[in-house]
Design a protein around this ligand. Structure first.
Ligand code: 8Y4
Length: 283
């Protein structure tokens, strides 16, 4: 069994995340595409119902995101991002007993969702946008720092690494030190190698194989691989056909000591994670 030195509890605003067993973060998309003609509250209500079903399926966190990180995705103004995310965060905080993670890089969004009851800031840009670090410091919330190079729009343009695992480790160690220097206690930090962000299939597979090395940084690890193109490429599967590949990687991530897995298919992943925890609890 992988032994990690990471603490077993993460304080997330008014709630505590128990990391003595692996936890599932459910992905909640709040991009309005399919709700544009459903009236003012259709998006919020659909998101609330989705969050409720993920909570019932065993998710400890839901990750709310209002800005697409897909290559080529349209950029969203801070106002538009806030208009998408804030009502959803407010509704979930009011209605459900779940930790709300918000996938954002935007200072105004960080500050407002903290006020509305978010429990974790999940920033794929590791708080490198102007003002984001100060905003995160002020919230007092934990943050997930993720490895990425460049921006979502250009990150897949021919990425190169000498040793991807070493370089991801060095990046996360440096970024963690910068965040600590700015006033985010190390105990508030979760780390993420950023699968699919500025990495080829070979980079993603090698990074996954050596995932244990990231435990040297002494912080809980979050892994997000659900339905990603590394599964599509390795197996030759379209996005709708990646459940089994996603579950295999969730099982492997947890076996390698990842404390949080970020997934679309919560019920299926919760069974995988609970089964592994049951075996690991045996004599
Ligand atoms: C199909 C479905 C294909 C989803 C690709 C995707 C991560 C993350 C994302 C991650 C953390 C995504 C916001 C990309 N990935 N946050 N966010 N870690 N912490 N793509 O790996 O899900 S968005």
């Amino acid at each position: 069994m992988i032994e990690t030195l990471s603490p077993t509890r993460l304080s997330c605003g008014s709630r505590v995340l128990d990391l003595s067993r692996p936890q599932v973060m459910g992905i909640l998309n709040v991009t309005p595409d399919s709700f544009s003609d459903g009236g003012r509250y259709a998006l919020r209500d659909a998101a609330l119902r989705h969050a409720e079903s993920m909570l019932a399926a065993g998710a400890a966190l839901v990750d709310v995101g209002g800005e697409s990180t897909r290559p080529g995705a349209r950029t969203v103004s801070p106002t538009e991002e806030l208009e998408r995310v804030a009502p959803v965060v407010e509704a979930i905080a009011r209605e459900l007993d779940v930790i709300i993670s918000v996938d954002t890089s935007t200072p105004a969004v960080i500050r407002e969702v903290a006020r509305l009851g978010a429990g974790l800031i999940n920033d794929v840009r590791s708080l490198r946008r102007d003002g984001a670090l100060d905003a995160a410091v002020d919230t007092g919330l934990p943050v997930c720092l993720m490895h990425m190079r460049g921006e979502p729009g250009d990150m897949q343009d021919d990425p190169h690494y000498e040793n991807v695992t070493d370089e991801v480790c060095i990046f996360l160690e440096r970024r963690m030190a910068e965040c600590v220097a700015a006033g985010i206690a190390a105990q508030r930090i979760v780390l993420d190698p950023g699968f699919g962000f500025a990495k080829t299939l070979e980079h993603n597979l090698s990074l996954f194989r050596h995932l244990e090395q990231l435990h040297r940084l002494g912080r809980p690890l979050l892994v997000g691989v659900s339905r990603k193109s590394m599964i599509g490429k390795a197996l030759g599967r379209e996005v709708g056909e990646r459940l089994y590949g996603s579950l295999a990687l969730a099982a492997l991530a947890v076996t390698k000591g990842a404390q949080i897995v970020r997934v679309h298919d919560v019920a299926e992943t919760v069974d995988v994670v609970r089964m592994i925890a049951a075996v690991n609890a045996a004599e």
